[in-house]
Design a protein around this ligand. Structure first.
Ligand code: ATP
Length: 344
């Protein structure tokens, strides 16, 4: 289903939870809504679902305005973190529930249950009750139940938040595969940037009720439009006065230019590791942390704390050690936090 939202606004009392939100989602896309708590992600989802009425704006499915359609007529499936299964019903009955409400004929319901237990890897578990399942299996039942009535849009609100890290990882790739197979347009809310990057075709960064940026994970990583967006995808350090850093003196001609530096733009090491020592700054290691495939090194350069990675083959740096620091590139932002350019 093609989904379009125009000029969407929602206030709760005096509080503007969603402001002028606009976006379009192509059929079969998986979109991640990512942003800080209270930013308005769930409110957007609830308006799409018809559980909340917008103050203004239009919601269009397939180009048709659905603002006045009740939730059950919108062709939507939900999986919410706390959208608990019916405890007294078996897996099969949980899946069948929505179909019985819609008065599907019995043989068709049976057929649909068989398809869904297959799809969700729950074959053989049909007669179990929710308490006889693991967290990951329960969440797959929730997916099966949401998918049973053949919705055209799937809304997922933090679907993996309550699940162990390892299983969450498996469920993410499972979700991605399943959605590719079904070709169902899906929107999911998450707090977790890794989850958004790994699963979503496109990410919308939502903050203070607004869409800060929409794009593929790579586009957002590569071209963050504001320091806030950059801080939400990948690691970075914002430097208030980038012109004070060696190599970035030219930024002084744009007064107040902030610089945003990704870890991979920085090299840190002993003097003998640099060919052009005059291009480096003096720094002191403040923290070193083993990350599995590399070291994370925090280094203090004057007032500025920078974060970077160092490969395992190189000599281990110790906290307190004097080092040299080379910054290759930075994103430059003006006083209004608008992206100016990528320097160097
Ligand atoms: P989280 O990630 O914590 O779920 P969110 O980005 O999904 O946050 P929303 O749940 O959409 O944010 O909430 C946005 C703002 O609107 C919050 O400040 C919240 O307190 C407020 N809000 C949401 N629903 C209501 C309501 N029914 N009544 C009053 N305020 C509400």
């Amino acid at each position: 289903m093609h989904v379009e939202v125009r000029g969407l606004n929602k206030k709760f009392g005096d509080f503007q939870a969603v402001r002028d939100v606009e976006f379009a989602i192509g059929k079969g896309q998986l979109i991640g809504l990512l942003g800080p708590s209270g930013g308005g992600k769930t409110s957007i989802l609830r308006m799409l679902a018809g559980l909340e009425k917008p103050d203004s704006g239009d919601i269009l499915f397939h180009g048709r305005r659905v603002n006045d359609l009740p939730p059950q007529e919108r062709g939507i499936g939900f999986v919410f973190q706390n959208y608990a299964l019916f405890k007294h019903m078996t897996v099969a009955d949980n899946i069948a529930f929505g179909l019985q409400v819609k008065k599907w004929p019995k043989p068709k319901i049976k057929e649909r249950i068989a398809e869904l237990v297959e799809l969700t890897g729950l074959a053989g578990f049909e007669k179990r009750f929710p308490h006889q399942l693991s967290g990951g299996q329960r969440q797959r039942v929730a997916f099966a139940r949401a998918l049973a009535p053949e919705p055209q849009l799937l809304l997922l609100d933090e679907p993996f938040a309550a699940i162990d890290a390892k299983i969450r990882h498996e469920l993410r790739s499972w979700l991605r595969e399943m959605i590719d197979r079904l070709g169902i347009t899906s929107i999911f809310v998450t707090h977790d940037q890794d989850e958004a990057i790994e699963v979503a075709d496109e990410i919308m960064i939502i903050s203070k009720g607004k869409v800060e940026q929409k794009g593929t994970p790579w586009e957002i990583y590569k071209n963050p439009q504001t320091p806030f967006v950059a801080s939400f995808i990948g690691e970075s350090t914002v430097i208030e006065d980038i012109a004070s850093l060696k190599g970035f003196e030219a930024a002084a001609s744009w007064p107040g230019t902030k610089g945003l530096i990704r870890p991979e733009y920085i090299e840190v090491g002993k003097e003998n590791e640099f060919i052009l020592l005059s291009a480096t700054e003096a720094g002191r290691v403040s923290h070193v942390h083993f990350r599995g495939s590399e070291w994370l090194v925090e280094v203090q350069v004057g007032e500025i704390k920078l974060v970077t990675y160092r490969s395992l083959e190189k000599k281990v740096l110790q906290p307190g050690e004097e080092v040299r620091v080379l910054v290759h590139r930075a994103y430059l932002f003006n006083d209004n936090d608008n992206w100016v350019m990528e320097n160097k």
